[in-house]
Design a protein around this ligand. Structure first.
Ligand code: HEC
Ligand code: HEC
Ligand code: HEC
Ligand code: HEC
Ligand code: HEC
Length: 361
């Protein structure tokens, strides 16, 4: 009998999830300024698994090759001694000295962490870039559920509207000026409680928000975008066949910001016209190139927009091709190069093409 009880306690303790005993208390102790992401895993496994595939987990010089290569070019060109990019790419890092990277590896690996995002109290607006003001209480996290959820393991505040209306994203995503006072990137926002960064990029998906409670859905923490599950955003992009002669396609962008935001990206429309005899293909690219004196340059040199054909917020862009498509089958694909192929070659990285949407007419 004893042996059985002992054995079953042993098995239960393997599933420590079910216990809220002293072991859990200890594992919730916060050593540095922020709880570590690994401390959230035991109770928020589904969310953690999604987060691991997200650009917020992969935002660091160690995990994002594109970021690292651009950063290395920046250091070479400017002789920078500090990793200023940390502000948004690794916001828990305090000692930004580049020479100390390896010493600070643990904090860098925290990337844009769970505890960091969930402690953003408010956003301060500045011309250079906004600033996240962090709630000065460790182990207290902003949530959005109504009625308020209660967790015995950490405190939750559900009365801060910025976590519901998407303004919490604007500390890092709003805009960034370079040393010449030129805005290298900007995300326009039309955030309302009904539709905002969170409703589109963090839609509710099946599965409980914690394995200790039972909610039918939770907010998607992969942060849908070209790097993570772009299919979730396809419904905000519409492709129409306007006419077959001349072949005319329209793309409608329902997002409140330009369809792509980062100056490294290239949006590409590919049309294949297929009749009995052959297939003809047509392409058109859309970009927002920044630079100086009319030529593209790296962001730290840029003083102007050199070319901007990107599809703007709410825009319906009509594209005409010089062909009569007759009764051919028309396949339309809208995709993105994460890195402009010309730049990809220079940086020695993959251009990383992904499809946003396909339509057949
Ligand atoms: C004000 C916040 C902020 C700062 C400071 C910042 N970034 Fe970023 N960065 C972002 C955001 C937000 C994105 C994602 C934007 C997007 O995908 O459109 C991003 C994306 C990138 C990307 C594209 C990554 C990819 O995988 O496709 C590169 C490269 C990059 N940043 C380089 C840098 C470098 C280098 C620095 C420092 C010299 C820097 N950033 C500083 C906010 C910032
Ligand atoms: C020991 C278990 C446990 C751990 C560890 C844990 N949580 Fe939770 N958390 C919960 C429970 C349980 C709930 C939901 C309570 C409910 O729904 O009644 C919750 C809810 C939340 C919510 C949602 C609040 C809302 O209403 O929207 C956030 C945000 C959150 N946790 C953040 C974190 C972060 C960040 C970490 C890691 C630093 C973490 N949690 C670690 C158990 C835990
Ligand atoms: C602490 C800064 C920070 C905050 C806060 C933040 N982000 Fe980000 N976000 C970034 C950075 C940096 C990247 C780019 C990472 C990379 O690719 O290296 C990024 C990338 C993204 C991308 C990916 C774009 C792509 O290329 O696939 C999406 C979508 C996104 N963020 C949405 C959000 C949303 C929604 C919120 C608010 C809930 C938010 N972010 C809050 C810093 C932040
Ligand atoms: C109506 C839905 C919608 C809303 C609201 C919305 N977005 Fe987007 N977002 C999109 C679509 C569609 C794309 C393009 C498809 C893709 O990247 O997969 C996109 C792309 C992005 C990207 C990637 C662009 C790039 O060049 O890498 C980022 C970052 C982003 N959004 C951030 C935000 C932020 C921050 C907010 C809030 C101010 C926001 N979005 C609000 C639909 C939306
Ligand atoms: C870039 C910012 C950001 C990061 C990083 C982030 N979250 Fe969230 N999280 C949010 C926002 C915003 C919401 C509110 C979503 C909503 O209201 O639909 C949220 C919601 C939640 C919820 C409640 C889900 C629901 O459906 O009510 C939990 C639990 C949670 N986060 C835990 C975590 C954990 C654990 C991590 C790390 C593995 C994490 N978050 C990382 C921004 C973030």
């Amino acid at each position: 009998m004893r042996v059985i009880i002992f054995a079953s306690i042993f098995t239960l303790s393997l599933f420590a999830n079910i216990f809220a005993g002293p072991g859990v208390k200890k594992s919730m102790e916060i050593k540095g300024d922020f709880a570590e992401t690994k401390q959230c895993i035991r109770c928020h496994l589904d969310i953690y698994e999604e987060y691991r595939s997200s650009p917020h987990f992969n935002s660091t010089i160690y995990r994002d090759e594109v970021h690292r290569k651009v950063f290395e070019k920046y250091v070479k060109a400017t002789g920078a001694k500090e990793y200023k990019c940390a502000k948004c790419h690794t916001p828990e890092l305090k000692d930004k000295t580049i020479a100390n990277f390896d010493k600070n590896r643990e904090l860098i690996d925290e990337a844009v962490a769970c505890a960091y995002c969930h402690r953003i109290e408010k956003i301060e607006h500045h011309p250079k870039a906004n600033k996240n003001i962090i709630l000065p209480k460790k182990g207290v996290y902003y949530g959005t559920r109504e009625p308020q959820t209660r967790s015995d393991y950490h405190k939750i505040i559900n009365t801060n509207p910025i976590h519901k209306n998407g303004d919490t994203c604007m500390g890092c995503h709003s805009h960034k000026q370079n040393a010449h006072g030129f805005v290298v990137c900007r995300t326009e926002s039309n955030n309302t409680m009904k539709q905002n960064c969170v409703t589109c990029h963090m839609p509710q998906v099946p599965g409980s928000l914690s394995d200790r409670v039972n909610t039918p859905t939770h907010a998607y923490h992969g942060f849908a975008g070209l790097q993570s599950d772009p299919k979730k955003l396809a419904k905000y992009i519409h492709i129409e066949l306007v006419s077959k002669n001349p072949l005319t396609i329209a793309i409608k962008n329902d997002a409140p910001h330009a369809l792509l935001l980062h100056p490294l990206r290239v949006l590409r429309l590919k049309v294949a016209v297929q009749d009995k005899n052959d297939t003809k293909t047509f392409e058109k690219s859309f970009v927002r190139l920044i630079g100086k004196d009319g030529n593209p340059t790296p962001p730290w040199v840029a003083t102007e927009v050199v070319k901007d054909t990107m599809i703007k917020k709410g825009e319906r862009r009509v594209v005409k091709f010089d062909i009569d498509a007759g009764d051919a089958v028309i396949d339309v694909e809208l995709g993105v190069f994460r890195v402009n192929p010309k730049m990809a070659k220079k940086l020695g990285v993959k251009s990383g093409y992904v499809v946003l949407k396909r339509e057949r007419f």
